[in-house]
Design a protein. Sequence first.
Length: 305
Amino acid sequence: MYTTKTLQDEILRLKKENDICILAHAYQSHEIWEVADYIGDSYGLSLEAAKASQKTILLCGVRFMAETVKILSPQKKVLLSHPMAGCPMAEQITAARLAELKKDYPGYTVAAYINTTAELKTVCDVCVTSSSALKIISSLKNPDILFIPDCNLGAWISKKVPEKNIQLIKGGCPAHTGISAKEAEQARALYPDAKLLVHPECLPEVTSQADYVGSTTGIMDYAKQSPDQQFIIGTENSIVQHLQYACPDKQFYALSKECICSNMKLTTLMDVYHCICSNGGEEINLADDVMQKARRCIDTMLSLG
């Protein structure tokens, strides 16, 4: 029988023995963070995977993230830690649906949030992340932009760059859109000295109340660097725990007890162990033409960002 510590020690030993790089998204549990080689957002992890010397990459996150890793590192073996770990937002628009939308918005540049499937990326013009979206959209020459699929992130960007004609499609992250303006008001009242840090995937009536709006990485960096001592965290609740470990002298509160990504929570430390032992997870395989076409919109993001 394993304890958390002995299981972690075994994972650390086996990943070196089997030449495996472990990537953990920020929303993974802290016990998984502790065995990972790199921790971060979806795109940052993909870049780390491309630089890693290991030939096998284990992505502890959700499917679209593992697909992005494969697109940027096609020569490597890429494993998704749990086969059922998907992303509801990534599955909200299909390539066929986008083809119909393009007919309604001829001449528009299609900007896709990185939280999209590899297949959908093949028919988009540029990809963005929550941290790079504002810069990328501002850099586009075409003023007419169709932003998919997160209308909340798109609305936040639209307010920042009014010179752009940004058309939005209804879609978004169920965990973040579930946070209400009332919850933000209640949290403000309960913790009057705390700064409210919110992800742009939240509703506009929530982000409008925030002291800071930014990506998960941005939220964590802000909290770590700020001289303030109390923070209300308006993103996936695992970030509260991670910040408590990182800054034990500060206090962190969840904006909503319901902001939990059930797909991220599917992966357990034992799942990681089974993957390292070649007895779990799912290998991600994409057709060569899908990887080539999907990479174009990612490369455009790189050139602009």
